[in-house]
Design a protein around this ligand. Sequence first.
Ligand SMILES: Nc1nc2c(c(=O)[nH]1)N[C@@H](CN(C=O)c1ccc(C(=O)N[C@@H](CCC(=O)O)C(=O)O)cc1)CN2
Length: 296
Amino acid sequence: MSATIIDGKAFAAGLRARIADGVTAFKAKAGRAPGLAVVLVGEDPASNVYVRSKGKATREAGMESIEHRLPADVPAEKLLALVATLNADPTIDGILVQLPLPKHIDEQAVIAAIDPDKDVDGFHPINAGRLATGLPGFVPCTPFGCVMLLKSVLPTLSGLEAVVVGRSNIVGKPMAQLLLRESCTVTVVHSRTQDVPAHIRRADILVAAVGIPEMIKGDWLKPGATVIDVGINRTDAGLVGDVDFASAVEVAGAITPVPGGVGPMTIACLLRNTLVSAGRREGIAMDEATLDRTGL
Ligand SMILES: Nc1nc2c(c(=O)[nH]1)N[C@@H](CN(C=O)c1ccc(C(=O)N[C@@H](CCC(=O)O)C(=O)O)cc1)CN2
């Protein structure tokens, strides 16, 4: 048996087209484009690529992209002052500080300084609390994209056993919350978990976000499971996920590839959150049901 390959690149292209339509409608009503400010500190090569891609995708969707690049040794106060300026700017609907930040800057303090209603990354503790308590807010882009991909291949998530591998604030924890919101039975596996394969073998849905190249093997999977691989690991053999694709594709029912699976959804969902933010800030109802449609 060979699994269905979940084409995140194609799904993200469809979502971005719906966002572009939404932006056109927003502009006609608001008389301005939604604005996304992205802040990059330092010269991390991967972050550089992601920030460039975000700017390009933002402009292609018809939005305003504002980029701020600060040197790696910038004092934290200067970064916090920039965030305060962006918070106060009425033309900015979304603020994103690219992670990771250099070691001398307290990431949590920077995230907490962003206006929660412009926090299109969904990382602010207020948005984490809103997600945990079922209130409307912003959901982190990567897990949000994972749920969209899951819904594109599964008729319902309700009642399914879901295992999330990894407990980061960016992916693992919000992913678990989102799956709970979809009425899954959720287990979070992490570095102290005993007998990880035994947990994974129970999973109808597996989300791997651990950052260990090809850690999860095909014979750890429940046959027919839906596998979402969030890992992006650069190895001598190229870019690989957290799941050993070659063995997993023979056992899973559906699986995301790396690259071309979850990654493209991250930027598409960022654009989605920015458009929704602009709509909320201007009192213009955006059709979230259409934006979040799960068919291609
Ligand atoms: N403030 C944030 N920082 C970071 C986030 C985030 O959501 N907000 N996520 C990651 C990096 N990231 C976006 O910032 C990101 C990662 C991967 C991709 C992507 O499209 N990946 C491609 C492969 C691209 C490659 O060759 O590297 C794929 O998987 O197909 C987009 C965005 C950490 N920081």
